[in-house]
Design a protein around this ligand. Sequence first.
Ligand code: HEM
Length: 555
Amino acid sequence: MDAFCAPCLLLPALSACTLLVVMWGLFSFKRRQGMPPQAPHILPWFGNIYSMLTDPVSWPARMHDKLGDVFTTTALGYSVTYLRGQPNITAFAKGSTRGLDSVAAYKRVVEPVAGQELFLSNLGEVQEALDIRRLDNIQPALFQFTRTHIRQTLRDRVPSSGWSDTIALQSFMNASIFRMVCFCLLSPEVAISDGDYISERMLAMDLKEDFASFLIPWETEADRARVKGRSEVVACVARHALDRITRLLGEDVDESPDDFMGYIIYTTWTPKQLRSASKADLEGFARKVALRTYVLFFAGFLPTVGRGAWAFQDLLTKNPAFFERIRSDNDRLIEDARLCGPDAAPRVEEHDFLYACITESIRMHPVGAWLRWAEKPFLLPGNGSAPPMLIPRGFVAVTTEAIGLNPTVYSEPNDYNPARYFSAPFVARDDEASEKEFIRLDHVRSPPMTTDRTLQPSFGVGARQCPGRLFAYRMIATFMSALLESFELEPVETEANKDGKHDLSLSEVEAYADVLGSLDHPVDLWFYADIWRNDGFNKTIITHLDLDPTRAAGT
Ligand code: HEM
């Protein structure tokens, strides 16, 4: 026993073990008959987790180039199979309603960060509650609200004469979009009173540089902060939900209410159940509503602000003609609105070209991967020269970047070209998807309205695609439209972005954050606000409009 403890023997023994492990790791992966090829890794059990976390987009792309459209790897003891190519994705999409479980997959990955509260929701109701009619009804008030927030926030930062200091777009957009989320899912009053409080806590859910949380089995300081943050969010929303339940009881309604929270309550409990419930029961109901809302904060807010920042950056830094077009469309919509009154909201839902720009940016900078869990091995059908393959139990993933940049789906995929959505054939709503047909990528106008058999890579596939996509478009477009209504914007040249290098730099950690759809760092883009473009808002505007009469549209 003592001999084993002697340091002089321990060291060689450890080195020998490490060497064995490395040799095993290097030589144990071999192509198994009928199964996907395996990506090489050195450390057993850990597998390729490091590359997957730090280089989530280009590492799988490199492996696909080397190993083909289907390959398997290991990460923290799990088997992870990556798929690429349309036939495989079709099989994946159809499997998603059968052998492949989306909740089981996301749960394994996201629960350590977001908590199990996230998976108590009824996701179907989002689709119903955020339908186009409800979004259209709320749109004018949402615009007014966002316009007021933007102006109030920037009032002190933008001098009435000339340019402001640099302002980081990302943090400004975070606040504005999260207020919109609260406005639509909770109520206008709550958005004003508690929007910022909730938003700060939701941002703490972001992993930032703390991605080691996935690997560390014990509770860290950051974990504790996240648990505290989310229980504060849930408690705050539950208070408002209880208030809404009480008002609903007083109103004695017999039709489903127009507001999102009222709708959830009304469609979950009958008026009789609500009336006969004890105080404790009602508090329990309110907590359930809060948990359901929390999942939407999580799934909806972070990807929307991340994609919104990309959309803005692409518009400001790619082809100036596209930005000019958005500006003139915006001016036209504002002019039209002014026929109805000086403060009337423009019809953001008619911003077709802006929607196409958002779609194009989301194609080029999608949120990571679609993830599924295969409880049992399943047979991926063969196609063309590729034989059928047995996919092992574990995660199955499709990297959305692989679709978005596939030249057989998108011509010139590296070009930012929103106009491509205007030439795509339009798929009729009544085209039934059939078992034999492929799920077709793209071929939808933007925003994607019907995605039964066609899809935008960035919003998922099959039965589990994103129910909040139209809501996301509305929030990004509302923010941009309200900002452009009042300000001129210009990117600032910094050391990092000079000579036209405006791309977000994807350092390892940032690329990871991007996969969760949350770029918490200020992006490489800054904006100045120039003249106040809206009459009646600030008297000094007249001077500024005199200085630049070409931008005086609508005043
Ligand atoms: C630009 C913004 C957004 C992007 C890029 C995005 C993307 C996605 C993606 C890729 C999925 C997974 C699909 C799959 O695995 O097949 C998803 C699911 C989901 N998204 Fe979004 N999303 C966005 C905004 C929103 C918003 C605003 C909401 C709601 C307020 C929302 C709610 C959800 C929900 C509830 C799911 C889970 C659906 C299910 O499993 O049935 N998302 N989203």
